[in-house]
Design a protein. Structure first.
Length: 275
């Protein structure tokens, strides 16, 4: 979609690779001098799916109790092409992206849209979670950094855990946000279910979601009689989905509830939502 931008980034990479600098200052140039393959895939730093494809390759696997290693393999298998050149063209590059992931120390993922956050939509968790799962399958544990550029003049870099903590406390478990969703009937209930779903997705793919985040959502959505009744009344499918996803998080060891009545609450939510 953005061949001109791809061409500019690729030109910048090649300019850096052509500089005569010490290996510790410019490892890219050093690697290219050793390989003598400035025009080959060894210099590629822009990767993506095949032309015409979209996504990270794991969207359809999220929430299906798929092994994390399988998710990582699917993520790597989807990224088959390197992009570059003056037209931003794609070239088949088997294994090139995997080689970059295998040496990565961190991932920087931009969050630039003030109208949505990491727990809305599957795109963020697919890319961040897919990368984390792929790196883990390759024996790596890179830092996951969310770069908040909603205010371009004041970018803020946060760890994924810190970024999710802000969302859970300021939005997902915030009584004002929940009250707003109560006014939107079935759609509002679906928004609450999506929030739970995405948080579990991040936990399953990255392993960086603190257990108490789930306690906060459980207390706000399930343990609260008014919210639970709203979910069951307005959107039984969303109510059942919340119960199922929280149960999956606990079953897989991602959530260790601090309450001893969690079973009863999840059963109640599921039972009340049943037709």
């Amino acid at each position: 979609m953005f061949p001109a931008q791809i061409a500019l980034i690729d030109a910048a990479v090649r300019a850096v690779a052509a500089r005569e600098e010490a290996p510790d200052e410019n490892p890219l140039a050093a690697a290219c001098r050793v390989s003598s393959a400035h025009a080959g895939t060894s210099i590629a730093r822009i990767f993506g799916t095949a032309p015409g494809a979209y996504g990270a390759g794991v969207e359809d696997l999220l929430g299906r109790d798929i092994d994390r290693e399988q998710l990582g393999s699917a993520y790597l298998a989807a990224v088959t092409h390197a992009y570059g050149g003056v037209e931003g063209d794609a070239a088949l590059a088997p294994g090139a992206f995997e080689a970059r992931v295998a040496t990565a120390d961190l991932l920087v993922h931009c969050a630039e849209d003030p109208a949505r956050d990491l727990l809305e939509g599957s795109e963020d968790v697919a890319f961040v979670g897919g990368f984390a799962a792929a790196a883990a399958a390759l024996g790596r544990a890179p830092d996951l950094i969310i770069l908040d550029t909603t205010d371009p003049a004041r970018p803020r870099a946060r760890s994924l855990s810190a970024a999710l903590a802000r969302i859970v406390r300021s939005r997902a478990a915030n009584p004002k946000f929940i009250a707003g969703q109560l006014r939107h009937g079935p759609r509002g209930a679906a928004e609450l279910a999506e929030t739970v779903d995405r948080l579990v997705d991040f936990a399953e793919t990255t392993g960086t979601v603190a257990s108490h985040f789930f306690d906060l959502l459980h207390d706000a959505y399930v343990a609260d009689d008014g919210v639970r009744s709203f979910l069951v009344r307005e959107n039984p499918a969303a109510a059942a989905a919340i119960a199922a996803r929280l149960d999956a998080a606990r079953r897989r060891g991602l959530w260790h509830p601090r309450r001893n009545d969690v079973d009863a609450g999840l059963r109640m939510l599921t039972k009340e939502a049943a037709p």
